[in-house]
Design a protein. Structure first.
Length: 496
């Protein structure tokens, strides 16, 4: 008799994110042969900000097909779209700046995680000295969700969440949760806060300024939206995280989390050591330094990357001097290298998404692009709807546009000069139009592969985009229903 063997695990039939992006590239390439690009006139306002002039759309004489091969700086070709995506942007944005940020930050946190201090700290928070779970542990992800949502609402937290995903993912997985829980309680929470913010400097304040609305006006309704959306999100995460802890194999990420889950855990006997406290205090100090720099000194990717490089080197010195996990100098260098390598797949996905936009001509409003044609068509369609449907149509248009234009300030500058006067013509208050922009600009950041912050967080969690999409589509559908109800309510009460 032979001993029966377990059947091999089923092969996933879901296409990989790279295949999906390649398909999008082919669709974009075909669209350039049939869709006539257009552009808008751009003028500077009193603040020196470039804004689209309403009613200034101008179509090109004919479609401008993307080259089959390489293209140029104005329009990427099919063969060169990935390269153009990789070299797009500057030191402050995707893809060049974000790639550098991901590599440096990933390397720094590779060192931090290798010390084991984070894992021991979370273990101490979740379990008692006997190793039994402490009561109320399932509330931790929900509490993190509320905290990160507040960060998104107050100072527009986005890319900064990548750092926190690096911290919490391994500890949450080894505590019985999964990488999906880690991404939801950090990045997804920031985007809910971002979308419902009453003071976000990167989207709300810009959109209100363009729409000639008083800064921070309409605060009461947005605070109520933040409380409702955040409360429901935290409740959803509490139920989900508890279900995964009780039955881990239910997780869509169960297989991809296996390497982290099954890795030899850091010894936790004896609790936190002196070296662990030094590491944890160093991380807390660095996060405070980043928060101060972002809010008062306008620090962004270059400065934040430098701050965390200093943190990584400092933690490495502490680990070596105090003998944390018996690490040698070579071990620390290898930890930095491995941490940086884990970020490369995210950079490639971001580059592919940016390359698709480049093949459409880019997202510059005063250049002939297919995206400008799509925006003009969407605005014209919204203008034909009754007032209540126009309010909802603005939400739909902003949500779709955000799949390609993920910059909050950029989308505000491109769309609000059109949507504000359109709101006047449609019987919709400008405050409602700004609310529709906020929701559309924020929520779809949780699904679009063009979002550098999303792809960076998924890379930090070692979670595939397609797996994430399979999980998040239902919560996204609920968010769209809730946001639609909020926009229609705002219209009904004449929100101003």
């Amino acid at each position: 008799m032979t001993t029966p063997t377990a059947p091999p695990p089923p092969v996933s039939r879901t296409p990989d994110a790279y295949l999906i992006l390649l398909a999008l590239a082919l669709i974009a390439f075909a669209a350039t042969w049939f869709v006539t690009p257009g552009r808008f006139a751009v003028a500077e306002n009193a603040d020196g900000r470039s804004l689209v002039v309403a009613g200034s759309y101008e179509a090109a004489p004919a479609p401008r097909p993307a080259p089959l091969l390489f293209g140029d700086a104005e329009q990427a070709g099919l063969a060169g779209f990935l390269f153009e995506g990789l070299v797009s942007g500057d030191r402050n944005g995707a893809t060049i700046g974000l790639l550098a940020f991901l590599l440096i930050t990933g390397g720094a946190f590779g060192v931090i995680l290798r010390t084991g201090s984070m894992e021991r700290a979370l273990h101490a928070a979740l379990y008692d000295k006997s190793g039994a779970p402490k009561p109320g542990n399932d509330a931790l992800p929900a509490l993190l969700f509320v905290a990160f949502s507040l960060g998104g609402a107050v100072f527009g937290m986005g890319e900064e969440a990548i750092v926190f995903v690096l911290i919490v993912t391994p500890a949450l997985i080894r505590s019985g949760y999964d990488s999906i829980t880690a991404v939801v309680c950090t990045y997804a929470a920031t985007q809910i806060g971002f979308a419902t913010s009453w003071m976000n400097p990167f989207s709300l304040i810009i959109a209100q300024g363009i729409s000639d609305l008083p800064t921070l006006s309409g605060l009461w309704f947005r605070v109520a939206c933040w409380a409702v959306f955040t409360g429901l999100g935290a409740l959803f995460l509490w139920r989900y995280a508890r279900g995964i802890r009780l039955k881990p194999e239910r997780s869509l990420a169960y297989a991809s989390d296996a390497k982290t889950r099954d890795a030899a855990p850091t010894a936790v006997d004896g609790g936190l050591r002196f070296g662990d406290w030094v590491v944890l205090l160093s991380v807390a100090a660095a996060i405070g330094w980043v928060a101060w720099g972002v809010t008062t000194q306008q620090y962004y990717l270059p400065e934040i990357a430098g701050q965390f490089l200093v943190l990584g080197i400092g933690v490495g010195v502490v680990a070596r001097l105090l003998g944390l996990n018996g690490l040698t100098g070579n071990d620390l260098v290898e930890a930095f290298r491995q941490g940086a390598m884990q970020m490369v797949p995210a950079a490639l996905v971001i580059a592919a998404a940016k390359g698709v936009v480049a093949m459409l001509g880019g997202d510059d409003p005063d250049a002939y692009t297919v995206l400008n044609t799509a925006l003009n068509g969407a605005a014209g369609f919204t203008a034909m709807l009754p007032d209540w449907a126009a309010a909802w149509g603005m939400l739909a248009v902003q949500s779709v546009l955000n799949l390609a234009i993920v910059s909050g300030s950029g989308q505000a500058a491109l769309t609000m000069p059109l949507m504000a006067p359109l709101a006047d013509l449609s019987g919709v208050t400008r405050q409602t139009a700004v609310l529709a922009f906020q929701f559309g600009d924020g929520f779809t950041n949780m699904i679009t592969p063009a979002s550098a912050a999303l792809m960076g967080c998924l890379a930090a969690a070692k979670l595939d985009w397609v797996t994430w999409l399979r999980f998040v589509w239902k919560p996204m559908a609920a968010l769209m229903v809730l946001s639609s109800a909020a926009v229609l309510l705002a219209h009904a009460i004449g929100y101003s």
